[in-house]
Design a protein around this ligand. Structure first.
Ligand SMILES: *[C@@H]1O[C@H](CO)[C@@H](O)[C@H](O)[C@H]1NC(C)=O
Ligand SMILES: *[C@@H]1O[C@H](CO)[C@@H](O)[C@H](O)[C@H]1NC(C)=O
Length: 413
């Protein structure tokens, strides 16, 4: 693992612009009952293997778009990370060009990403719920977490049937912000289905961990934390000095306007890009966030659901759980995370609450990158100088965090 991390460091310096371009076209199709998969191998700004495509559900008429980046080093054995973005109704595909993909869309143009997550794993990005990003539906329009869970589950079954070579690898589900609401639900669904996989003719999914980044878990804890986190002169003492408070407030404003997002939306809508990645015209205009999808979920009050009991089930099944929060992030801030974590009802509750914060030194940046509190299979990481988009703010430290987590190497000393 250390070798992989050193390579990431070197890669920043040795990478040059000689692009090796892959062929373009449909590399695989498979029809099996009720599902159809369409796959392309798009060319990008660098030479890693990537696939894009749709899995069609012929019964519900949902068409779920994905991008899959093969790991640069050992795709056959490296884990698969499913990467889901919040906020509710916002595209996971945006992340490919914003934080963790091969090529990032910057003000100055497309740049290769030295901290691309395929340095450490195979990465699967899926636009969900159906209706978001490039995914679309001419039939069923989801409005609850349970429906999203079902959709991602049949998506994964179809995906791993087609890409059998990855079906036995460790599988991690990572979701940020509102996607952290879907992740525990998906994990418990997988745990349940795995039990009957052989009798129901399904592929068991090798769930190894869930990762909840700046996650939306317990509505009440998050809501209460806003007062606590804020710097106003109320019953809570300000937690930071004036300068830090000012920085945080600035960051909070920036939340909705990390400036590259609009450039990414423009890029995602270019005809060249749509052709390259095989986007169906029925998907319509690419929007980073779809307000109709959000409105449907708001109608069912999905956002009021507390997913702690599902996280408890995940821990009880010996699946590891990583929770992280950027210390400068206001939404779902670390105060609220600390609160619900302390109330989590599991075998390690007392031990976790008694555990001390340890320093996390990043191998990649050589810096003190945050703190970690761990007990048994639960870890909480506070990421220093990171806001809502923690990976965007701290790419070197965040790839260090993810790589050590998926390899189960301790973060704190
Ligand atoms: C933690 O998870 C691992 C497998 O991921 C399991 O072997 C171990 O028993 C778990 N530990 C506890 C205390 O739950
Ligand atoms: C992860 O590491 C811890 C501590 O080294 C160990 O107890 C645990 O069993 C490991 N889990 C897995 C899944 O390897």
């Amino acid at each position: 693992m250390i070798i992989a991390l050193i390579f990431i460091l070197l890669f920043q310096y040795v990478y040059n612009d000689d692009h090796l371009q892959f062929g373009f076209g449909t590399v695989a199709t498979a029809s099996f009952k009720n599902y159809h998969i369409r796959v392309k191998q798009p060319i990008s700004c660098e030479n890693s293997v990537q696939y894009s495509g749709y899995i069609d559900n012929l019964v519900t008429n949902e068409h779920v778009f994905f991008i899959f980046l093969e790991s640069r080093f050992a795709p056959k054995t490296d884990p698969v990370i499913l990467s889901l973005n919040g906020q509710l109704g916002c595209s996971s595909i945006t992340n490919v060009w914003f934080e963790t993909g091969l090529c990032l869309v910057k003000k100055a143009g497309i740049e290769t990403n030295p901290f691309s997550f395929n340095n450490i794993a195979n990465i699967l990005y899926v636009d969900q719920p159906t209706g978001v990003g490039y995914s679309y539906s001419s039939g069923k329009k989801p409005s609850t977490c349970a429906q999203v869970t079902e959709t991602i589950y049949w998506f994964l079954q179809s995906f791993f049937t087609e890409f059998k070579q990855f079906a036995r690898n460790d599988f991690h589900i990572a979701g940020t912000s509102y996607a952290s609401h879907f992740v525990p639900s998906l994990a418990t669904h997988i745990i349940r289905e795995n039990r009957y996989a052989s009798s129901s003719n399904k592929l068991p999914i090798q769930l190894a961990s869930i990762i909840l980044g700046n996650g939306y878990i317990n509505p009440r804890a998050h809501k209460l934390s806003y007062a606590e986190y804020s710097c106003d002169d109320n019953k809570y003492k300000p937690i930071y000095d004036k300068v830090t408070c000012q920085k945080m407030k600035t960051n909070r404003r920036q939340y909705s306007c990390y400036s590259e997002i609009q450039d990414i939306v423009n890029y995602a809508n270019s005809q060249e890009m749509k052709t390259e990645y095989g986007i169906d015209s029925e998907a319509g205009e690419f929007q980073n966030c779809n307000s109709h999808v959000k409105a449907r979920f708001d109608m069912t009050k999905d956002s009021l659901v507390n997913t702690m009991d599902q996280i408890e089930k995940v821990l009880a099944t010996n699946i590891r759980v990583l929770v992280y929060a950027g210390d400068m992030n206001w939404y779902n801030n670390w105060y609220g995370q600390t609160d619900w974590l302390s109330k989590l009802d599991w075998i390690g509750q007392v031990g976790f609450n008694d555990a001390k914060d340890k320093d996390w030194f990043s191998y990649v940046s050589g810096q003190k990158a945050g703190t970690v509190k761990s007990f048994l299979n639960l870890s909480f990481v506070k990421v220093f100088n990171a806001g809502y988009y923690s990976i965007y703010d701290q790419p070197a430290n965040m790839i260090d965090l993810y790589s050590r987590w998926v390899m189960n190497v301790s973060l704190g000393y």
